[in-house]
Design a protein around this ligand. Structure first.
Ligand code: NAD
Length: 317
């Protein structure tokens, strides 16, 4: 049976690029994008698109049946900063959408599930540097609690119901094709837009707050790699640490000044600082390397250069 993909939450920061990458991998006619709202982005005018609420079990089932879907990528969620403002809604969306999809896999209606976790599963008592795959977790945010719970359910469904679910703990993701959706690492995208448009940026985190980050192309490649890995090589069925970059706002500003020397930054930390303070600075991803051969391609300089050149082109089109 050929692979037929449904992406739920396709119009977000990751889904926008994942949709294109999955179409390139499986063919446009085998990838259905869906979201609660249709994005203006032209990529959603090519190929199938459905308006779908991830909390609606029946709507997901109907869509899976209509398109004979084999693999579901569940990207819809409320992210770290917005989840703090709407805890009940965040729990409802982040958890129930996962159950709907895991249950379809349990009933063998679909074959494979991708569900993203986050570095937000770690907490203040986790080691900050090179945070190991297995360690003290204790997340202190609404978002982190939902992601850690989700991880436990993924492993449970794998062990008890033979569900083929695969997951990655994404770090903060940096991209130019779609804007971020309300996370604590959003500054690392906003800074590029404002550096190009205004030549200055006011950062909502302190200058020395180091966080794990990754360029989107690496994150999408990791996602497709783990989904295509032989099942027996995917030994961890909660979620894998993956790692690429780790930097502070000050270090990112300095790297941007290498391309835009007149760029200036100041700092006005807000409520997101507390969230960032509870997260790791860098991540140990040895398990992902050993099990399915993960390694990132973008270092800091290449990421900054790629962001600036693409955004400049985009802004002046
Ligand atoms: P995003 O906020 O940019 O996109 C989420 C998408 O889900 C949006 O297009 C939104 O319209 C859609 N959505 C919201 N509610 C929905 C609903 N009820 N039904 C259907 N769609 C709905 O998020 P993202 O950055 O693309 O993140 C995707 C996943 O990756 C999330 O699970 C997120 O927690 C995880 N993640 C992201 C990052 C990051 O830096 N972007 C880091 C770690 C983990």
């Amino acid at each position: 049976m050929s692979t037929r993909v449904l992406i739920i939450g396709a119009c977000g920061q990751i889904g926008t690029e994942l949709t294109t990458a999955l179409r390139n991998t499986y063919g446009v006619s085998n990838v259905v994008a869906s979201d609660i709202r249709k994005s203006e982005n032209d990529i959603f005018n090519h190929g199938a698109f459905e308006v779908l609420d991830a909390r609606d079990k029946n709507a997901i089932s109907a869509c899976v049946e209509k398109y004979e879907i084999t693999d579901v990528y569940l990207m819809a969620a409320l992210l770290s900063a917005t989840a703090e403002e709407r805890p009940d809604f965040a729990w409802d969306l982040n958890m129930n959408s996962l159950f709907h999809v895991l249950n379809l896999a349990k009933d063998k209606v679909i074959q494979k599930v991708f569900w993203p976790s986050s570095i937000a599963v770690f907490g203040e008592n986790s080691p900050k540097k090179n945070t190991p795959q297995h360690t003290i977790m204790e997340p202190s945010t609404v978002y982190g609690i939902s992601k850690l719970s989700g991880e436990r359910w993924c492993e449970y469904y794998h062990k008890n119901h033979n569900v083929d679910v695969r997951s990655i703990r994404y770090p903060g993701l940096i991209s130019w094709k779609a804007n971020p959706g309300g996370g604590t690492t959003d500054y690392a995208v906003e800074i590029f837009h404002e550096a190009i448009e205004k030549g200055s940026y006011t950062c909502f985190l302190k200058e020395d707050t180091a966080l794990p980050m990754m360029f989107m192309e690496d994150a999408v490649r990791a996602t497709i790699t783990i989904m295509n890995a032989a099942s027996e090589t995917v030994k961890i069925r909660s979620s894998y640490n993956i790692s690429s970059l780790s930097f502070t706002p000050k270090q990112l500003a300095t790297a941007i000044q290498g391309f835009i020397p007149e760029f200036t930054i100041d700092y006005k930390p807000d409520s997101r600082q507390k969230i960032a303070d509870s997260w790791p600075e860098s991540i140990d991803d040895t398990a992902a390397l050993n099990d399915w051969n993960w390694s990132p391609k973008f270092d800091m300089k290449r990421m900054v250069s790629e962001m600036i050149s693409n955004l400049r082109q985009y802004e002046f089109e």
